[in-house]
Design a binder for this molecule. Structure first.
Ligand code: NAD
Length: 345
């Protein structure tokens, strides 16, 4: 018997990747799915290789004493109410990004988890990717020295060819270029830069292409970040581009630089006139089947075993990223006026 029985909320694209990833961990298995649509339990159990109960009533799934963890993969506008209900039912929570589409709602989720003594895992799984594990190791070993500039950018054209287009074009569920997808890049930037954020300045716009016309909000934004230690960062969140998926990373420090999978380090005496190459699995796809969910969920279950917050993507850690994201969106709304994270209400 595996230790953590997981009940999934929502049975869409992300859910299918989560189920395989959870079942591949040492301690986790998916034992229930709640969906507003009628689903066939026998078919789901056969498809996912284990007994799965189907619930059409969320309260009934949350009342099931056999469920230890609730995994929320629903539309973003549903995240807050479902996460708070799961916390109140004393279930640990896996929560897809965005945690929610307002800072108030994100704070309510984090408070409810704390008050009920349950732990959270936010699907900022890029932090567990091969690319960012190696990048972070390079920084932690001092090979780039002290970072004073970093840019991590998200270029992913989310048009009608993409399943989420059905709902993420609306402001209610899509939110902004950062909330709907670019948050992965901003979160990765905050992880590698390390320091606390003082203020942000952001501008947003949108493509003139008819393809992206259904979007109710600006689908390109560029955010400049001032860190308290004086370092500067930049994050472009572009979901209305026509090009291959690109998660661009450029970090500059006192001992060298890293550009995606290339680097130079004075400490290693590499040749500054040519990049040295790093062999690592790159974040080069928006497909959830390629995302490092299994590594992330394994880290979550290991942390639950020890009764501690998980590394890198706990609720308190991810709240810090969302504070910066909401500050950036506020700045963009104000036409680029700098917003201090500490001034957010
Ligand atoms: N971390 C990541 O990289 C990543 C990747 C993809 C999605 N997500 C997030 O996961 C969440 C869900 O996104 P998704 O891509 O799985 O969306 P999806 O449209 O496939 O599913 C979203 C919700 O809609 C329901 N649904 C799906 N098809 C439906 C239909 N035909 N009729 C009625 N309901 C239907 C699903 O049960 C689910 O609750 C969002 O918060 C999204 O931002 C995150």
């Amino acid at each position: 018997m595996k230790k953590y029985n997981v009940g999934i909320i929502g049975y869409g694209w992300a859910a299918t990747a989560h189920i395989d990833a959870i079942n591949a961990t040492k301690q986790g298995k998916v034992g229930a799915i709640y969906s507003s649509r009628p689903l066939d339990a026998a078919e789901l159990s056969a498809k996912h290789g284990g007994p799965i109960k189907v619930y059409n009533d969320l309260d009934a799934m949350l009342a099931d004493p056999e469920i230890d963890v609730v995994d929320i993969t629903s539309y973003p506008s549903q995240h807050r109410n479902q996460a708070v209900a799961a916390a109140n039912a004393k279930k640990h929570i896996i929560l897809e990004k965005p945690m929610a589409n307002s800072l108030q709602e994100v704070r309510e989720i984090v408070s409810a988890a704390k008050a009920n003594g349950v732990k959270g895992c936010v699907c900022f799984e890029c932090r567990f990717s091969g690319q960012f594990t190696v990048t972070k190791a390079l920084i932690d070993q001092g090979l780039l020295g002290d970072l004073h500039y970093g840019e991590v950018d998200y270029y992913h054209g989310i048009g009608p060819w993409y399943g989420q287009f059905r709902w993420n074009t609306g402001k209610k569920d899509g939110g902004s270029a950062l909330l709907t997808a670019g948050c992965h890049a901003l979160d990765a930037l905050l992880m590698v830069m390390g320091g606390e954020v003082d203020s942000v300045t952001s501008f947003s716009t949108k493509s003139k292409s008819e393809i992206f016309a259904p979007y109710e909000y600006d689908t390109s934004s560029c955010t400049l970040i001032r860190f308290k230690n004086g370092a500067v960062g930049k994050c472009a969140a572009i979901v209305d581009c026509l090009q291959p998926y690109y998660f661009h990373t450029h970090l500059v420090g006192s001992q060298g630089s890293l550009l995606d999978n290339k680097f130079h380090s004075n400490k290693l005496h590499t040749d500054k006139k040519a990049w040295s190459n790093l062999s690592m699995h790159m974040l080069d796809s928006g497909d959830v089947a390629d995302h490092p969910y299994q590594t992330q969920f394994q880290a979550f279950f290991d942390a639950l075993d020890e009764g501690r917050d998980m590394p890198l993507t706990s609720f308190p850690e991810s709240l810090r990223s969302f504070e910066v994201i909401f500050a950036a969106d506020r700045s963009a709304e104000l036409g680029g006026v700098p917003v201090k994270v500490s001034d957010l209400s």
